[in-house]
Design a protein around this ligand. Structure first.
Ligand SMILES: O=CC(=O)O
Length: 327
């Protein structure tokens, strides 16, 4: 098929300076005539008419009414990533535009980050690194003992694809796994991952590690606040690989300062990045990574492939593998 016959796709969030990102653009170009934001802005009328798909490659681009009004033939927004809390689904759907996401591609890499944060916090890896590279070579591991993840209790809040993958990994550490979710998993699935369904309160009270793996929705915003933190053990660690706003961050700072809980390990915060003077950055019982749950070569490519399959099925009027609907 000649290039000009390919459907027009607006690419949002790819800078083109990074090797991986450039290879993603090449992948998209096999199926679409790729139009950059710069090209759209230079010739809004002409370019706007060509665009049938928008590919969102990073978490926070603005897709507002004005942009949608400039794309009269837009059919689908293919989000690369599972979380779509940055998109106004209702407004987009009022334009007759579908939204898709990539729940399969993200699951392994995000579960890995959950495990990495849990292990790093439990075994004090960041402190260990700082000690290892400090000028003072006279140190003793006995002064900063960690705790073992093996056979500890893990409470997973949110048992979708990522939560399930976390449980599979935790099983290899012989962890006791509790989970809480809107819908209970089948008996077979619970057995396969060795996880027990639990009420929220019990889970918070019993877990040594609590991992948040829920989508951010109006129901899950500030799901973990002062009351919930107060239910956790003073020896427990809170790990967040979902979205920052699932935790009441002020309450978390207070709980960490007062040692209501032992530690937090966060891949997500609110906002991202945190202002450099934020109190969370000043605590030594917190480790933070900059939202890197899906930041692997493999996940980035799989997300693009999943998004492409989604967008092509919308254009070809075929069943859409991962459509997201307004709540
Ligand atoms: O944060 C990552 C995602 O939404 O997939």
């Amino acid at each position: 098929m000649a290039e000009q016959e390919l459907p027009g796709l607006l690419i949002m969030g790819i800078g083109g300076t990074h090797g991986v990102q450039e290879s993603l653009a090449a992948l998209l170009k096999k199926h679409f005539s790729v139009i950059t934001m710069k090209e759209l802005l230079e010739n809004k009328k002409e370019m706007g008419k060509k665009i049938q798909c928008v590919f969102v490659s990073e978490f926070r681009p603005t897709i507002d009414q004005e942009l949608l009004e400039s794309l009269p033939n837009l059919k689908v927004i293919g989000n690369s990533g599972v979380g779509v809390d940055h998109l106004n689904l209702k407004m987009i759907s009022n334009f007759g535009v579908k939204v898709t996401n990539t729940p399969h591609a993200v699951a392994d890499s995000t579960a890995d980050i959950g495990m990495a944060l849990m292990l790093a916090s439990a075994r004090r890896l960041v402190e260990g690194f700082q000690i290892a590279v400090s000028p003072d070579t006279n140190y003793f591991a006995a002064d900063w003992l960690g705790v073992e993840v093996t056979r500890a209790t893990l409470g997973i809040i949110g048992m979708g694809r990522i939560g399930y993958k976390v449980a599979q990994r935790a099983r290899a550490f012989e962890m006791k796994i509790l989970y809480h979710n809107r819908n209970r998993r089948s008996k077979e699935e619970e057995q396969a991952i060795g996880a027990c369904y639990s009420g929220m309160e019990d889970l918070l009270q019993q877990s040594d590690f609590v991992m948040l793996v829920v989508n951010l929705t109006p129901e899950t915003e500030k799901l973990i606040g002062k009351k919930e933190l107060g239910l956790m053990k003073p020896t427990a660690t809170l790990i967040n690989i979902s979205r920052g706003a699932v935790i009441d961050q002020d309450a978390l700072v207070e709980a960490l300062q007062s040692k209501t809980i032992k530690a937090a390990a966060l891949d997500v915060t609110y906002p991202e990045p945190l202002p450099r003077n934020h109190p969370l950055l000043k605590l030594n019982n917190v480790i933070i990574t900059p939202h890197i749950g899906t930041a692997t070569v493999q996940a980035t490519h799989m997300m693009a492939e999943e998004a492409i399959a989604n967008m092509l099925s919308v254009l070809n009027c075929q069943p859409i593998p991962s459509e997201v609907f307004p709540q």
